[in-house]
Design a protein around this ligand. Structure first.
Ligand code: 8DG
Length: 187
């Protein structure tokens, strides 16, 4: 159910974002990440995606929780592991960079968070403050309708969920129960 990773890499007042060429994400700035491969753990998968997409080697990752999503139309459930990383000011990483996946560029936090900004994956600005300035982990649950996010509910979660599979399964089962009861099909 949690098939993806996403990392918000910060340097000073900017976040490194990727504008993917993938049709579903075209024109939309999002964090670095991708699909977790079979037999991979979330953290190692995250490090692999960062290396592949940015060439940045082994940044120090902080686990920040999950982003999960459902749709009001009942099209199922999805989720990702959310990470943050910080790159020191002296590390020179010049953008824009055109990669196989799309364009990488540093974007100002104030630009990302601006209420009129429609160019960023919709559930990133709404969780960014917690990711950057809080040490607790959250599940940011986003509810979409016709590809538009209608609401996001952020609840604290135990950080051990990242590595403890039994705890994660328990959490997701409890958490999903209310969606199952409401008639959502869970993939
Ligand atoms: N901000 C945000 N990111 C999302 C959501 N859903 C979702 O899959 N992502 C992220 C997870 C991954 O980092 C990325 C998936 O990108 P993708 O569609 O190119 O995945 P992919 O299977 O091709 O990945 P890859 O391993 O080939 O790189 O988007 C969402 O609702 N919000």
């Amino acid at each position: 159910m949690l098939k993806y990773t996403l990392c918000l890499i910060r340097q000073g007042s900017k976040i490194l974002l990727l504008n993917r060429e993938h049709p579903a994400w075209m024109g939309c700035w999002n964090g670095i990440g991708g699909k977790i491969e079979k037999e991979e753990q979330p953290r190692s998968s995250m490090l692999r995606e960062i290396q592949e997409e940015t060439q940045i080697e082994s940044p120090e990752l902080s686990f920040k929780g999950l982003i999960t999503w459902t749709t009001v139309e009942g099209a199922g459930f999805g989720g990702l592991y959310l990470y943050a990383a910080e790159i020191p000011d002296e590390y020179e990483y010049v953008t824009p960079i055109k990669t196989e996946e799309g364009i990488l560029d540093w974007k100002e936090i104030s630009w990302i968070m601006h209420p009129d900004n429609q160019g960023v994956a919709s559930n990133v600005p709404s969780c960014l403050e917690k990711v950057l300035y809080e040490s607790s982990c959250y599940n940011h649950h986003s509810i979409f309708s016709d590809k538009i996010m209608v609401t996001q509910i952020s609840t604290k979660i135990d950080p051990r969920i990242e590595a403890d599979e039994a705890m994660r399964t328990d959490y997701l089962n409890q958490y999903l129960q209310k969606y199952i009861e409401a008639g959502f099909a869970i993939k």
